[in-house]
Write a protein that binds this ligand. Structure first.
Ligand code: NCD
Length: 334
C-alpha cells in the first residue's frame, strides 16, 4: 500500500491509525520492556528517506519513528545523484534494487512525484525486475499534498476531542453541531492545507477559509472535499459569529518558494493575531505545521490553546503507526 494523499485515508483507517499511535506511545512510556518490544516490530526493515527538499520536523519524525520500531533508515537529502541530473525515476529504480528497502519516504518540490515513484515500481514488477512490496509515502510533493502532516494534525484534534462527525449514528462525543475549523493563509500553495482539507472532509465539517484573494483553494480539492460532505466557506473577514462555533484554527506561513510575488503584509493579515486569540473560544485549539514565521507572533506561541509541541510528538507516533500499518500488518496488534 502507498500513501500518496490524492484521496482521503477515510475515517475507519484514520481511527485505526490513531489507536495504533496511542498503543505505541503507551507501550513506549509505560510498559516494562516496552521499548525493546517496539524495536522488534520492524526489525530487518530498511526505510529510505529521500528528502529532495528542506525539512526538519517531517524528516526527523520519520527517522525517529522508524528507529523506535527497530527499522534502519537511509537518509538521502543533499548530495544525491539528482544533483548530477539523475531523474527521480532512476533514483527510485536504484533504491528498489536493494533487497532490504521496504519503504521509500519521498519529499520533493515536484507535484505528483510520489505517483511517479509508484509507476516506476509497477513497471519494474511488470517486467519481472521487482518481486516484493515497497511502499511509497508522500512526505510533501511541491504544492500538491502532504498526507502525513494531515494525519498528525487530525490525530492532535482527535486527542483534544475536536474531531467528530455530528451525523454519525450515536454521535459518540455528544456534539450538537458540526465540527468547525478556520484555516488562515496560503491555501493555494500549501500542501499541508490541501491534505488537511481533504482528510478532514470525511468528518463533514464546516471549514472557513480566510486566504489572500489571489490564493484560493484549488478547485479540484474544493470539489472532492465538498463531495465528501465538507462545507468550505471562503470568508473575507473573521468575526465573532465564526469564533463562537470554531473548534480549531490552523495557520501556515506564506509558501514563498512557490510564488513569484513576495509575501508583503501576509503575516499581519493571515497570522494568529491578538484579535483572533481574544475572539476564539477558550476550548478551541490552534495548530501550525511549522516552520513558524512572522504569522505566528511570539505572544501567540505561548498561548495555552496552541498545540504545536503536541503536534510535534504526535507526528512521530502517527508516522510510527503508519509504518506499522504498512509494513507489519501481519503482526498481532499491541
Ligand atoms: C510543511 C511543508 O513542508 O509542507 N511543513 C512541514 O512539513 N511540517 C509546511 C510548510 O513548509 O510551510
Amino acid at each position: 500500500m502507498h500513501i500518496l494523499g490524492q484521496n482521503p485515508l477515510g475515517k475507519k483507517r484514520l481511527i485505526e491509525l490513531f489507536l495504533t499511535a496511542e498503543n505505541l506511545k503507551n507501550t513506549y512510556y509505560n510498559l516494562l520492556g516496552g521499548k525493546s518490544y517496539l524495536k522488534s516490530i520492524l526489525e530487518g526493515h530498511t526505510i529510505a528517506l529521500l528528502f529532495l527538499e528542506p525539512s526538519t520536523r517531517t524528516r526527523v519524525s520519520f527517522q525517529l519513528a522508524a528507529k523506535v520500531l527497530g527499522a534502519e533508515t537511509i537518509l538521502l537529502s543533499e548530495n544525491t545523484s539528482a544533483q548530477k541530473g539523475e531523474t527521480l525515476e532512476d533514483t527510485i529504480r536504484t533504491l528498489a534494487n536493494y533487497p532490504q528497502i521496504s519503504a521509500i519516504v519521498l519529499r520533493s518540490s515536484e507535484i505528483q512525484s510520489a505517483q511517479r515513484a509508484v509507476k516506476v515500481l509497477e513497471h519494474m514488477k511488470s517486467v519481472g525486475r521487482l518481486s516484493r512490496e515497497i511502499s511509497i509515502i508522500n512526505a510533501g510533493d511541491g504544492s500538491g499534498f502532504h498526507p502525513t502532516q494531515a494525519f498528525l494534525d487530525l490525530y492532535t484534534l482527535w486527542r483534544y476531542n475536536k474531531l467528530y462527525d455530528v451525523y454519525d449514528c450515536g454521535n459518540a462525543q455528544y456534539q450538537s453541531k458540526r465540527l468547525c475549523g478556520v484555516i488562515f493563509g496560503d491555501v493555494a500553495k500549501a500542501r499541508a492545507l490541501h491534505s488537511l482539507v481533504l482528510e478532514i472532509s470525511v468528518f463533514r465539517p464546516v471549514i472557513y477559509v480566510y486566504s489572500p484573494p489571489r490564493n484560493q483553494l484549488p478547485w479540484k480539492i474544493y470539489k472532492k472535499a465538498a463531495v465528501n460532505g465538507a462545507k468550505i466557506r471562503k470568508i473575507s473577514r473573521f468575526e465573532d459569529k465564526i469564533a463562537q462555533t470554531a473548534d480549531f484554527y490552523y495557520f501556515i506561513r506564506y509558501q514563498k518558494e512557490r510564488h513569484l510575488a513576495a509575501d508583503g503584509s501576509y503575516f499581519k493579515e493571515y497570522g494568529c493575531s491578538s484579535n483572533i486569540r481574544n475572539l476564539a473560544r477558550k476550548d478551541a485549539i490552534f495548530l501550525h505545521p511549522g516552520p513558524m514565521l512572522k504569522e505566528m507572533p511570539q505572544s501567540s506561541r505561548w498561548d495555552e490553546r496552541f498545540k504545536y509541541d503536541q503536534q510535534i510528538e504526535n507526528g512521530m507516533w502517527i508516522r510510527a503507526a503508519l509504518f506499522k500499518m504498512l509494513l507489519a500488518c501481519s503482526q498481532e496488534n499491541i
